[in-house]
Structures are given as structure tokens and as C-alpha cells.
Write a protein that binds this ligand. Sequence first.
Ligand SMILES: C[S@@+](CC[C@H](N)C(=O)[O-])C[C@H]1O[C@@H](n2cnc3c(N)ncnc32)[C@H](O)[C@@H]1O
Length: 298
Amino acid sequence: MSPPDARSNPSSGGGLPQPVSGSDPEPWTVEDFMPVILFLRQKIGITLESHRMGLLQARLRARLQQRGFTSFSRFVERVLKVDPSGPGMQLLVDLSTVNHTSFFREPAHFNFLAEQLGQAIREASGAPIRIWSAGCSSGQEPYSLGMILNDSIPNLSPQKVEIWASDLSLEVVRNAARAIYNTREIAGVPPDLLKRYFMRGTGPKEGTFRVIPEVRDLVKFRHLDLRSAQWPLPTDFHAILCRNVSIYFADDERITLLDRLAGSIRTGGWLIMGNGEILPSVPAGVRKILPSIYRKEG
Ligand SMILES: C[S@@+](CC[C@H](N)C(=O)[O-])C[C@H]1O[C@@H](n2cnc3c(N)ncnc32)[C@H](O)[C@@H]1O
């Protein structure tokens, strides 16, 4: 994202005062923030609750001030209007998405998949078993899958299992691909898995834990908006996890998403939603087997 025009930035030493127009809102006020809210809603399709909007306002202000911007309106005029799908849009997405996740979150899902897919993986000849973590946040979900499958299947390799993982936020996808976590983030990992599947940082990297290459290599990360018309991904997944993602979608968008996800699962495969997610309707072509677990029918 380009910094604002130096002539209008007092901290740049340009010297000239900022143009003042009678209709310019006060910098950093709710009124000044309004065009950002409209952009989020109309161009990105995100509507935030008021407390999250306040949070976004504070976080965005801090990021913009670091880059020398003096108001939200300048950001809108100089960045969002100039390149509506560029880095300014991505910054908004990164700051407004809720990325809360953890290793082995809702553990029953991982045990279920290890059991159901283990047999398929052992018997598979040729095409790999494909799983998709849709809305993977910073990677704990796909890496948990990689660890649990690696534990139940000897000599697991990317030829046998492909774990696809995608998210709307470029920042979290990049972090996910690095696979480096801190002490707080690895808190839910059972000690024996921590020992076998993470490399401890030493020296300046003390306190960090990196997923080992054997598990990292199973996961293919993609930056992808689930609302986009095309998904450049396979359409024959054995399982898709889309947990705690569609809760931020409007009901009609949610139904469309779930139907499309179901369409990307092979017969007999699984769609797994977050525990406690109440779906507006059961997606086309799947049957509910357990709470939050659906099976694709033939
Ligand atoms: C609360 S996290 C859930 C992460 C993980 N699935 C879990 O259950 O622990 C929701 C994730 O969904 C992503 N997300 C939200 N809207 C999305 C969209 N339209 N397309 C892709 N990912 C999206 C967010 O960026 C965020 O990382």
C-alpha cells in the first residue's frame, strides 16, 4: 500500500498545511470511519457487529497512523478508491476477520476423521485422500489433521493424503504456512504430540514451536474467499471441515456456501461444521449423522 501523498502529511516534513474543506469530517471520528464501513459492506460483504466495528476502527487507525495517514478519509480516497481490490482491501479483511482457533479444537472431529479416513487411506491405491480445511485461520486445524492422520497411518506422505487449507485473510494464510507457534498457541497440544511433531526454537527463537516438515508437507495453503464464484480446488474431497466460518455469513449466503461445499465432496465423504453451529437448512445431498457431522449421499 502506498503511503499518503507526502505534501499532505505533516509528519513527513513536507511543510504545507493540509487542505481543509468545510465538509471534511474530523479525522478518526465515527463519521470519518463511515466510508470504510460502507466499503466493507458493499465491496467485501462484511457487516460487523458494533463492538467489532469499534475494535476495527481502533486497529485500523493504529495501522494507518504507522504508515503516515492522518484520517480514515485519506485512506479511502488514496487507497481504497484507487485500487479497490488491492492491499488496502486486504488490510481491512485481515483486521476485520475473527481468526480465533486452536490445535485440536473440538477434538471429537479429529478422532472421527482419523477413524473414518484411516481405513480409506490404508486401502487407497492411486489417487490421494483429499481433505479441505475451509477457513483454516492460522493453520492449527489442518496441522492437527496432519498430526492425527500421521499418527494413525504409518509412512503417510503427500502422495497418500492432501490436506488443502484456505482462508480469506492473506495474513493468516501466510502465518499458517510458516507453521510457527508460541507457547500460548500450543497449549492444547498433548505433550507426546508436541514432542514428536514440533521443533523447539532455540536462542533468539526460544519459546517458539515449528511444525515438523513431514506434517507441513501434507498441507497446501490457498488464499481464497469462500464467497467467490470459482474455487480453484479439487471437487472430490473425502472430507471438508468448515468450522466456525459461516457463522459470519448472511443466511442466504450460508445456504449457498453449504450447498457448494457439499457439491465438492465425493459420495460417502464428510462435511464437518463447528459444534453448536445451527444451519438454516441441511445442505443438498448430505445427511446428518452426528451433531455437526454430515455424510454425502450417493
Ligand atoms: C473463527 S476462525 C475458525 C478457524 C477454524 N476453522 C476453527 O474452527 O478453529 C474463522 C476463519 O474463517 C475465515 N473466513 C471468514 N470469512 C471467510 C470467507 N468468506 N472465505 C474464507 N475464509 C473466511 C476467517 O478469516 C477466519 O480465519
